[in-house]
Design a binder for this molecule. Structure first.
Ligand SMILES: Nc1nc2c(ncn2[C@@H]2O[C@H](COP(=O)(O)OP(=O)(O)O)[C@@H](O)[C@H]2O)c(=O)[nH]1
Ligand SMILES: [Mg+2]
Length: 331
């Protein structure tokens, strides 16, 4: 039986093996991915992002438990953590997961060190999500630390993006500064057992009001979406709800699951589900095409010629634009 067949049949060992291949961007991984892609499109991708220590891992753990207990769904968790595995939060979160979720075949957890991603963080994460999707996982939760552009790129993969805040991180909300609020479909104030919840909620609400409504209608995940699917009725407008949770005690988790379900229903009814799929796959196609074209082009240029041109650019004899003109039009 081929690797692809084993994975389609739900073999966890084969799945784990392929995930490693995909992380290493190996030929075997690429081949299997190409076959598996035809079986994707069934999963709901949920991104969970926010500053370190806000309780993302704890929250993801609780959500997965909730789904396993209340719905007949298979859950995959992809934890993308750029920090060293020895810093507090990630390890604690992972330990919580291990204890509560181990031994359940309906759950698969994959941790990914961003440094290890050969083909780039966002792309590797996308590929890993595709493997889970093809393997029949209904919900794929991707946890990222909301710190930079690569995290925003990862969030862009998701159908539903949850931004996690916690009270007491300072008067300014970290995510607002980082522009992360813009990508939120659902806001969570976790650690609602801590003081300062009202202040955090007030700050989030006023920021949301500023952003609402026109901006969110026409821009989603930083990409302009076709206005036609969104313009006609108020029913298609999504206003990010604010959920309060205490992840350590499982409080607020059913309500959060409810927000997620409402968002999925909204995406499907408004046509945004298909629009996001199209935008995401379109840019993936474009990235692959770009890489292939550059590869093909470089094969046609003698190494020596190429290096001479790089040298000329370095010596400020010509600009990069002129260099490209040279290269494309022959010399
Ligand atoms: N008081 C309180 N602590 C929490 C809550 N959720 C998580 N924590 C704790 O916050 C720390 C960081 O949690 P973790 O899930 O690893 O955060 P992450 O870095 O965002 O993934 C851990 O010590 C958790 O036990 C909560 O709702 N209330
Ligand atoms: Mg974590």
């Amino acid at each position: 039986m081929s690797l692809t067949e084993s994975i389609l049949e739900g073999n966890r060992l084969a799945l784990a093996r392929l995930l490693t291949q995909v992380e290493n961007d190996s030929l075997e991984g690429r081949t299997a991915l190409a076959e598996l892609f035809l079986h994707t499109g069934g999963a709901h991708l949920i991104g969970v992002t926010g500053a370190p220590g806000t309780g993302k891992s704890s929250l993801v753990n609780q959500l997965a438990l909730y789904y396993r207990r209340n719905e007949d769904k298979k859950i995959a968790i992809i934890a993308v953590d750029p920090s060293s595995p020895f810093t507090g939060g990630a390890v604690l979160g992972d330990r919580v997961r291990m204890r509560d979720l181990s031994g359940d075949n309906g759950i698969f957890i994959r941790s990914m060190a961003s440094r290890g991603a050969v083909g780039g963080l966002a792309r590797t994460t996308a590929s890993i999500a595709q493997v889970f999707d093809a393997a029949g996982f209904d919900i794929i939760i991707i946890e990222t630390v909301g710190a930079g552009q690569s995290e925003v790129d990862v969030a862009r993969l998701a159908h539903t993006t949850i931004v996690v805040e916690a009270p007491g991180l300072g008067d300014d909300i970290q995510a607002i500064k980082a522009g992360i609020l813009e990508i939120a479909d659902i806001l969570v104030i976790n650690k609602a057992d801590r003081p300062g919840v009202e202040n955090t909620e007030r700050a989030l609400r006023s920021t949301l009001e500023l952003a609402h409504p026109t901006k969110r209608v026409f821009r989603h995940h930083g990409q302009a979406m076709s206005a036609s699917t969104n313009m006609n009725s108020d029913a298609t407008m999504w206003i990010p709800p604010i959920n309060k949770t205490v992840a350590t005690e499982g409080k607020g988790i059913p309500e959060l699951a409810e927000s997620i379900a409402r968002h999925e229903a909204h995406l499907r009814q408004s046509g945004d589900w298909a629009a996001r799929d199209r935008a995401r796959l379109g840019s993936e196609l474009e990235a692959v095409l770009r890489e292939a074209l550059i590869g093909r082009f470089l094969e046609s240029v003698p190494q020596k010629t190429y290096e001479e041109i790089v040298e000329k650019v370095m010596n400020r004899n010509i600009s990069p634009y002129e260099a490209v003109k040279f290269l494309l039009n022959g010399i």
